[in-house]
Design a protein. Structure first.
Length: 394
């Protein structure tokens, strides 16, 4: 049985797209007869503090769904300051560095990027040991950091990050990109690098659409996910105009903007916004059965980014209101998965909401079935993994 090691800064039971993506990749490789192990930090995301079961421990080895998971200590940080976040990654990378240097590792290693520092340390050591490195690039750093204004262009840290980026691309045998934009960017630097598109598809377990009609006539719009700087949900709550529409906004999640959102809702109950906090995935999906439309926002257009929520909620049968620009916008628009508002333009968003309100419940119910059928045909994680195996990628 071929062995594969996965290195990631995020892994279940942590929440969010990165942890879900790597958790599913590990599970699907195991289901295809690979022996899979994972190295990651002690669980801390998205709260920015160690989970109760990991407090007071330097390292933990556990078995999750037949996958061996080795966790090392990390100093968790939820700071927006890039230096503090880098120090947090370095705290985990120290243990990882010595483990990779002195312990036996499989021939094939998949490394999640970003974070760049973690990717660099992993690639550096494993390239010395002549391992086959598969780099899974889910966001383009430092480019995304510049677009999010987390990093100043041409600054010292930006120049260092560019060097790290080139190094990890150069030493990877194969690169997975979650978007065509990511692959184009990599090929602009290394034209001959072997790259494969690897979308963040969900593990499709729903064979029939099980959404339930909401009979009260109100269109229930929802956001479910992280409440961080990239998503801009707090600003969305400030500027969305629902007072005169047949629409409510329901928010599920946790993150840095949580308390700001709660305070805003408490002080502006007329805005028709409701907050529920973070829920486990199965509980969340059960809660959403009577909802109508998933809103997917990004604070700014991030080159290379395609939010996994498009695929996850499409697979459940929810039309998408996309408010993030870029390749994600093209996917929603070209495949008739819902509505698109211009990224960062709240006048455009509120105009689209008026259109949705006029559309009415009956038409939206028909859209749900169309979206579900399209996703069933096109958002297939098992087929995606199977194609990569056929191409002898692993």
């Amino acid at each position: 049985m071929e062995e594969i090691l996965i290195i990631s800064n995020y892994y279940p039971p942590e929440k969010g797209a990165a942890a879900n993506r790597i958790g599913l990749l590990a599970l699907k490789l195991y289901q295809n007869n690979y022996k899979v192990s994972v190295i990651c930090p002690l669980g801390n995301y998205p709260k920015g503090e160690l989970f109760q079961e990991y407090k007071g421990k330097f390292s933990v080895t556990e078995e999750l769904q037949n996958i061996s998971v080795k966790r090392f200590w990390i100093y968790p940080s939820f700071s927006k300051n890039i230096v503090k976040r880098t120090l947090s990654v370095l705290s985990f990378s120290n243990g990882l560095f010595f483990f990779l240097l002195f312990k036996k590792t499989p021939k094939i290693v998949i490394i999640q990027s970003p974070p760049l520092v973690l990717s660099f340390i992993s690639v550096f050591v494993l390239s010395l040991k002549r391992k086959k490195i598969i780099l899974n690039v889910s966001d383009l750093w430092p480019l995304a950091a510049i677009e999010l204004k987390a990093l100043k262009k041409n600054s010292f840290w930006h120049k260092i990050s560019l060097l790290l980026e080139r190094f990890i691309y150069s030493r990877a045998a194969i690169i997975f990109g979650q978007s065509d934009e990511i692959i184009s960017h990599i090929h602009s630097i290394f034209p001959k690098k072997q790259c494969f598109l690897y979308r963040n598809f969900p593990d499709r377990q729903v064979v029939e659409m099980n959404l339930e009609p909401n009979e009260n006539g109100t269109i229930k719009l929802f956001y479910a996910g992280l409440l961080g700087v990239a998503q801009g949900v707090f600003e969305l709550c400030q500027k969305i105009e629902l007072q005169d529409l047949n629409i409510e906004l329901h928010i599920f999640g946790d993150g840095t903007e949580k308390f700001q959102i709660q305070d805003l809702i408490q002080q502006n109950q007329h805005k028709k916004i409701f907050f529920y906090g973070m829920q486990e995935r199965k509980v969340l999906h059960e809660s959403l059965k009577t909802f109508d439309i998933a809103i997917v926002p990004l604070k700014t257009r991030i080159y290379g980014s395609v939010p996994s929520k498009i695929f996850e909620y499409g697979a459940l049968g929810f039309p998408i209101l996309y408010f993030g620009g870029g390749e994600g916008e093209a996917i929603v628009r070209q495949n008739n998965l819902g509505w698109v508002a211009e990224v960062g333009d709240f006048k455009s968003l509120n105009s689209v909401l008026v259109e949705i309100s006029k559309t009415g419940k009956d038409e939206i119910q028909m859209m749900k079935k169309q979206v579900f059928d399209y996703a069933e045909e096109n958002f297939d994680l098992d087929s995606q993994i199977g194609e990569l195996i056929k191409k002898d990628v692993f």
